[in-house]
Design a binder for this molecule. Structure first.
Ligand code: 13P
Length: 248
């Protein structure tokens, strides 16, 4: 059985002071739920968030990471640095990293392998643009991202990866993919992983949907056969809506 995983991606939002306010509200009002609850906060908030979330049911995540352990990589953050702060999850290959910062599959694959080696759960993001959806190449696009993202990963490590399917046209636009479209792609991703390894392994991989998920649409999305969770931007920035998402 795949345990649902709901992760908030705060993106470049919340100062340290605002992080403390939001996390305190979340922790105070949190009621036990049957999902893995994750908050992926900015680097500058990780230390404070780590203190606040210690001994709570909320897991800590980062939004990016470099693949080397240390060295002359100005501006980068290493797996050891994240581990030291109690980080358990890391978002890798988010479409904003791919589109704005030019990250490509090869780099993202190195990061995924590094995260696994450091026992940090990678949340590997994939997804197509509106042009790719409309021109009909979206399945090929996502297949390539999955094949490249999993390159060189041992079969025993596959289920350590969480995949997030985020169609770029649905991010921050208020346009959600229909539950059927989202599920079809998540199912397709599982088939690609099954072809690459085997069906039994693919069945254990958790696949999230992301893109304008909110309290109003999460239960329908979560009722679909191949959607095991959500990666949520905007609606994770408010304690009430984040908690409503966890209690879908
Ligand atoms: P929104 O939920 O704001 O559409 O963002 C989705 C996203 O990019 C999460 O990683």
């Amino acid at each position: 059985m795949r345990k649902p995983i709901i992760a908030g991606n705060w993106k470049m939002n919340k100062t340290q002071t605002e992080t403390v306010e939001l996390l305190n509200r979340i922790v105070e009002n949190y009621t036990d739920v049957e999902v893995d609850a994750v908050v992926c906060v900015p680097f500058t908030s990780l230390s404070k968030a780590s203190e606040l979330l210690d001994n709570t049911m909320i897991h800590l995540g980062a939004q990016n990471m470099f693949y080397e352990e240390n060295g002359a990589f100005t501006g980068e953050v290493s797996p050891n640095m994240l581990k030291d702060l109690g980080v358990e999850y890391v978002i890798l290959g988010h479409s904003e990293r791919r589109e704005i910062f030019g990250e490509e599959d090869d780099l993202i694959n190195k990061k995924v392998k590094t995260a696994i080696n450091h026992k940090i759960t990678p949340i590997l993001c994939v997804g197509e643009t509106l042009d790719e959806r409309e021109s009909g190449v979206y399945l090929d696009k996502v297949k390539t991202q999955i094949l490249n993202g999993f390159a060189g990963i041992d079969s025993g490590d596959v289920s350590k990866v969480v995949v997030a399917y985020e169609p770029i046209w649905a991010i921050g636009t208020g346009k959600t993919a229909t539950s059927e479209d989202a599920n079809n792609m998540c199912k397709y991703i599982r088939e690609v992983i099954a072809e690459l390894y085997e069906a039994k392994i693919a069945d254990n991989v958790r696949i999230q949907y992301g893109g304008s998920v909110k309290p109003e649409n999460i239960s329908e999305l979560m009722s679909m056969s191949d959607i095991d969770g959500a990666l949520v931007g905007g609606a994770s920035l408010d304690s009430e809506s984040y908690l409503a998402l966890l209690n879908y």
